[in-house]
Structure formats: structure tokens, C-alpha cells
Design a protein around this ligand. Structure first.
Ligand code: UDP
Ligand code: MG
Length: 155
């Protein structure tokens, strides 16, 4: 199964959305295999947002991501990366569709509530960046057989 790394950013933490956001992913059927609160260091963020260092908004993005602790979550599921991205919505929350997390809770392209991995490869890389191996749990919830067909589970 794929895994996706989600960060509830300081904008989501400040606005008391931690519970609502986790609830959406659980209700969908994604499995939480890692979950913790942490403060992001400049070093970790520079690695995570390495593709954005040259962008004009990079300094304010760094400051924004360190404003409060964040909640990091590893979600597992069939096609988890695409499913989570579609639940999160487009980067600029003002343009994000109603029903998505950014669309329902955000008004900004920077203060956009959550991060989600953008490819299966990055789902693995980012999970390893934010979690130690012993913080990730591999278990099968009893609900799995009513969440997927046997074919889907074996794919
Ligand atoms: N960002 C920003 N201004 C922009 C584009 C992005 O502040 O014009 C921030 C925003 O918080 C976004 C993050 O940089 O979530 C990472 O950008 P990316 O293009 O990877 O968007 P995402 O994958 O988060 O939708
Ligand atoms: Mg991105």
C-alpha cells in the first residue's frame, strides 16, 4: 500500500483544526500509521522545501512553518497519495474546491492548512524525513475488509 506524509501546518494548528482534519482522513478509510506533534527545525524545512529555496516567498514560508509546532501524520491506503492530494485541494486555498480541506478552511496560498506528499516516492522519502522507523506502525485494522475488495487489497 502507498503511504502519504501529511503535515497539519501552523495555520491549521492555530485555527484548532487538528481534530477535524484527522477525522476526515479516518472517515475516508485511510489508516494512520504514524502521528505526532513536533517543532520543525530550519534544517529539516530547508530539506523538505528544497525545491522552493529560490522562490520569493521562501523566507515567509519558513517563518510560517516554524510559528507553532505542527502535527505530522503518515497515512496508508491503496493509491493513498492521490487520494490525500484530492482531499487536500490545490495550493492556493482561495481556489481550492469546496469539500477539500484547503477549500473548506483556507483563504491563502501560503497559510494553506496542510501539506501532503505529491508522489508515491515522496510519500516514502517524506515519511522517513519526519518519522523514525519505530514511530511507524504496520497493523491491519479490522475494518479493512469492508474498506476494500480482496482484489484491491492484493493489487
Ligand atoms: N507557497 C507559497 N506561495 C506560493 C506557492 C506555494 O507560500 O505561491 C507555499 C505553500 O504553503 C505551499 C508550499 O509553499 O503549500 C509548498 O508549495 P508547493 O508548490 O509544493 O504546493 P503544495 O504541494 O503544498 O500544494
Ligand atoms: Mg508540494
Amino acid at each position: 500500500m502507498e503511504q502519504s506524509l501529511v503535515i497539519i501546518k501552523p495555520s491549521g494548528v492555530q485555527r484548532n483544526l487538528i481534530g477535524k482534519i484527522i477525522d476526515r482522513f479516518q472517515q475516508k478509510g485511510l489508516v494512520i500509521s504514524g502521528l505526532k506533534m513536533m517543532k520543525l527545525s530550519e534544517e529539516l524545512l530547508r530539506e523538505h522545501y528544497a525545491h522552493l529555496v529560490d522562490r520569493p516567498f521562501f523566507p515567509t514560508l519558513m517563518k510560517s512553518m516554524m510559528a507553532t509546532p505542527v502535527v505530522v501524520i503518515c497515512l496508508k491506503g491503496v493509491d493513498a497519495v492521490a487520494v490525500v492530494r484530492s482531499m487536500v485541494g490545490v495550493t492556493n486555498a482561495r481556489n481550492a474546491a469546496p469539500g477539500t480541506i484547503r477549500g473548506d478552511y483556507g483563504m491563502s496560498s501560503q497559510e494553506n492548512i496542510v501539506h501532503a506528499s505529491d508522489s508515491p516516492e515522496n510519500g516514502i522519502i517524506e515519511t522517513n524525513r519526519f518519522f523514525k522507523p519505530e514511530e511507524i506502525f504496520d497493523y491491519t485494522p479490522v475494518t479493512i475488509s469492508s474498506t476494500y475488495s480482496p482484489d484491491e487489497l492484493n493489487s
